[in-house]
Design a protein. Structure first.
Lengths: 520, 330
């Protein structure tokens, strides 16, 4: 199937340019949107090319490409391209059986060899699958695939549900293994792809599942939240993702729209460099946490008071949320006492240690999520009250991992997605396991936490034991604050009343278009 | 018209030759300067590229290391520059470090989208600005003249993003006839083009008005009127050509601004234009993409200038004679 990433349509554009001038006067005659025209989705995510590690999420969310496994809302693995799977008793051999009628959009059957090819290419660093101890991916029958591991790895099911491991037809790849077209096996196939902003897909007639009610779908990447909100308000977008709090308040008043929302497993956290003498002291980290008025930030910046983080992970991940923990609170007096106990004395210009050195920290953050710089300045103001001087440095998101490596980071504010993989174990092990992680602990070590996370990663234990380990990990992270949670996140989507059956995915893996129906 | 009968006269040849050499030098200087400037920016290039490729959720030191190895970023900068020159000599702009797609594909698509938008804006501006300016220039100090002056001040003082939001709210959301953003529907270009065109039309109306006023008060025009031509005849035969000169120059200069300065409008209207792409490429330290974009835009501006010069020459016989005399003298 020939596909042009950058379609050439200059002639049509020139004709339209000519017509555009005349159209000014004739605006009322323009055609209104067709009642059942394509379902229009608008989100901030650009289509950065065709490589699955870069923009696979665009194609899996639109149900164009499928992964071997899926995930339930809780993060547990679910069937997808593989209708069933088995893990050997030693955890080293995983056996997958593919859906017998599954076909790629070019009509070829989804067989074991095409799955092996896609997975082998997805193992190339730095894609996530390269982190798993995979010894071999083999076809053991026309529709059976076997993965052999060199060590047990419970998160494999989560990796095989990640968009970077999507399965494409052999014709999608060139001789070097680069993706040259997206020929997936999902219920929708690509009609036009105009990277980096838009994509149109239509229902795939030979899909082996029920035919979807929505026949055509369009995706537009619009980087400004105001644009997305206005597209929903003007009736151009049926689903507008990642809306800004100010626009949401206005959209709630519009009768032709409803707002769907789901709490995401994403938390704004302050990463703390505990190598620094000041931040190595638990009392100082606790004081930093106690200074934060989380409900104030949630109310004023996110306009949703429920999003004040009470612990690291939100209730949307029930396995990793412990409702019995004392919620994080704001208590500036207790913070002042802790700082005093830790040897910091209040002077006219802020806190100083017994040698007279001021407590001065730099907080790095990035503007890719527009609320982060605002939250950073709120934190700066709240810490200033306690006498802690903080410089806010807004730069590239990569500066936080970079500062982790070269030790130059002091504080970093990020919106960490703990469900990069449907099961957060691997992400937590990366962040809080041995040696800490780029987006997690820095200079903080807890043997219990790293042992438990390693054990959980190996898997093969009873559910009670796993729950016990998780509870202990969450308890230590809550008490020792290697990262300081600030707010949780909620995905809020403006949904047109033209459609029903919208069910948001808390793991942001799919738009679930096949569940939707036209109402009129 | 003597232009048509002598299409390759010495005036034209000299103009074309000079501009071609200028363009070639410009292309090399711009590409090399972009390389040096981007490479000397602070921050780790591999991390920037990894952040742009994999997003803020998945950027990590491991990803940056893999990018560094894949793109051989550790090799000396001069070797990378040499590589680029070699590619350029074969008319190859290279491959984007972020998307892995050929730079030419990305630039031609995105620059095409921007030029389409700019062309629509210029067309709209001319359709709105020229008649208004002519009408105002025929009655200086009249109601319409004062109204266009007021509008010009207002439109010039309104930041483009505010004008864009007002147009989106007014025309797209309130009336619901036009798409708010995007580029797939036929009429999508209208709102962004109008945002760009309104300010331009206001300026153009003032330039046209000023030029026409000068023409109307000139002796030849006065003579045309006294020999019995009607207002319309005098305007058509003796007014339009001298008025067109400053108007074309004004549009030429501003068309360049439209192409390079439409970043805000492109971002707001989700228009897949080159300004937006260039900003992303700079954030991502996507050197070949920055070089390719700058080079294409440099060549484009050189051709713009050529077109404007050509149009001025075609419109103004005095310029042609001056140049011919200068050519004969040398």
């Amino acid at each position: 199937m020939p596909m042009h990433l950058f379609p050439s349509k200059h002639r049509r554009q020139l004709l339209q340019a000519g017509a555009a001038g005349l159209a000014c006067a004739a605006a009322p005659a323009l055609q209104a949107h067709a009642v059942r025209g394509p379902l229009q989705i608008v989100g901030p995510w650009e289509i950065g090319g065709l490589q699955p590690a870069v923009s696979g999420h665009v194609f899996t969310r639109l149900q164009i490409a499928e992964t071997l496994l899926g995930a339930h809302d809780s993060g547990q693995p679910a069937p997808a391209l593989a209708q069933r799977w088995e893990v050997s008793a030693d955890g080293l051999t995983w056996h997958f059986v593919l859906r017998p009628q599954a076909r790629f959009h070019d009509g070829t059957p989804v067989d074991a060899s095409s799955v092996v090819r896609s997975l082998d290419l997805a193992r190339k660093a730095p894609a996530l699958l390269s982190t798993a101890p995979i010894a071999a991916v083999e076809a053991v029958g026309p529709r059976a695939v076997r993965l052999r591991l060199s060590a047990p790895y419970a998160s494999l099911s989560a990796l095989l549900a990640h968009s970077s491991t999507l399965v494409l037809a052999p014709a999608s790849y060139d001789a070097q293994g680069q993706v040259r077209g997206i020929i997936g096996s999902g219920p929708y196939r690509i009609v036009t792809l105009a990277a980096p902003t838009s994509l149109e897909a239509a229902a795939f007639d030979a899909y082996d599942g029920p035919a979807p009610a929505v026949q055509r779908v369009r995706y537009l990447s619009a980087s400004r939240a105001e644009t997305r909100a206005l597209m929903a308000e003007g009736g151009q977008a049926d689903l507008a993702y990642n809306l800004d709090p100010a626009s949401l308040q206005r959209l709630r008043l519009r009768r032709h729209l409803q707002i769907a929302s789901v709490t995401l497993p994403r938390t704004a956290v302050v990463k703390v460099n505990a190598h620094l003498p000041a931040l190595q002291d638990l009392r100082v980290r606790q004081a930093l946490s106690l200074c934060i008025d989380r409900s104030g930030i949630a109310r004023a910046i996110l306009r949703d008071p429920e999003l004040a983080a009470q612990q690291l992970l939100p209730p949307t991940l029930p396995d990793w949320h412990d409702p019995t923990l004392t919620p994080l609170r704001c208590d500036p007096d207790a913070a002042a006492r802790l700082l005093r106990d830790a040897g910091w004395q209040r002077h006219g210009d802020g806190l100083r240690d017994p040698q007279g050195q001021p407590l001065r920290l730099a907080l790095r953050t990035f503007p890719d999520r527009p609320e982060l710089p605002i939250i950073a300045t709120a934190l700066q103001a709240q810490w200033r009250e306690a006498g802690i001087a903080v410089d806010v440095q807004i730069g590239n998101s990569g500066n936080i991992p970079l500062g982790h490596r070269d030790g130059s980071l002091q504080l970093g504010l990020a919106a960490r997605n703990y469900a990069n993989l449907p099961d957060p174990t691997a992400t937590l092990a990366q962040d809080f396991g041995q040696g800490g992680g780029d987006w997690g602990a820095m200079g903080w070590q807890n043997p219990l936490v790293s042992q438990h996370l390693t054990e959980l990663m190996r898997g093969r234990m009873g559910a009670t034991r796993a729950a016990q380990l998780r509870r202990q990990v969450v308890g230590v992270l809550h008490a020792e604050l290697p990262v300081i949670p600030v707010v949780w996140y909620r995905q809020q989507v403006a949904v047109s009343r033209r459609i029903s059956g919208v069910r948001l995915d808390p793991l942001e893996r799919s738009y679930r278009i096949t569940d939707m129906q036209w109402t009129s | 018209m003597d232009l048509m009968t002598k299409p390759l006269s010495s005036v034209w040849l000299r103009l074309l030759a000079r501009r071609a050499v200028q363009a070639l030098v410009l292309a090399l200087v711009v590409g090399t300067a972009c390389f040096i400037i981007t490479r000397s920016l602070p921050g780790d290039m591999a991390t920037r590229i990894a952040a742009s490729r994999y997003g803020y959720d998945l950027v990590s030191n491991a990803a940056a290391d893999a990018v560094r190895t894949e793109l051989a970023l550790a090799q000396p900068a001069w070797r990378a520059l040499l590589d680029w020159w070699q590619h350029i000599a074969q008319l190859d702009l290279g491959v984007s470090l972020v998307s892995g797609e050929p730079v030419w594909d990305e630039v031609s698509y995105q620059l095409g989208a921007t030029m389409y938008l700019a062309a629509a804006a210029v067309l709209l501006a001319a359709l709105l600005g020229v008649p208004l300016g002519l009408a105002a220039g025929l009655r200086p100090g009249g109601k319409l003249d004062r109204l266009t002056l007021g509008l010009t001040v207002l439109l010039r003082a309104t930041p483009p993003f505010m004008l864009a939001l007002l147009l989106m709210l007014g025309l797209a959301v309130h009336f619901g006839e036009l798409p708010v953003a995007g580029h797939e529907e036929g009429w999508s270009v209208l709102l962004p083009a109008m945002t760009l065109a309104l300010g331009l039309a206001a300026g153009l109306a003032r330039v046209t008005r000023g030029a026409l006023q000068d023409v109307v008060s000139s002796a030849p025009y006065e003579f045309a009127r006294t020999k019995g031509l009607t207002d319309m005849q005098a305007l058509l035969h003796h007014g339009l050509r001298p008025v067109a000169l400053p108007a074309v120059t004004y549009l030429g200069v501003h068309a360049v601004f439209l192409v390079e300065g439409a970043v805000v409008i492109e971002t707001l209207f989700a228009w897949p234009g080159i300004g937006h792409a260039l900003v992303h490429a700079i954030f991502a330290r996507d050197v070949p993409m920055i070089q390719g974009t700058a080079l294409c835009m440099g060549l484009l501006f050189a051709s713009f200038n050529l077109l404007v010069d050509g149009a001025s020459l075609a419109l103004d016989p005095r310029q042609r004679h001056r140049r011919e005399e200068a050519g004969a003298a040398t």
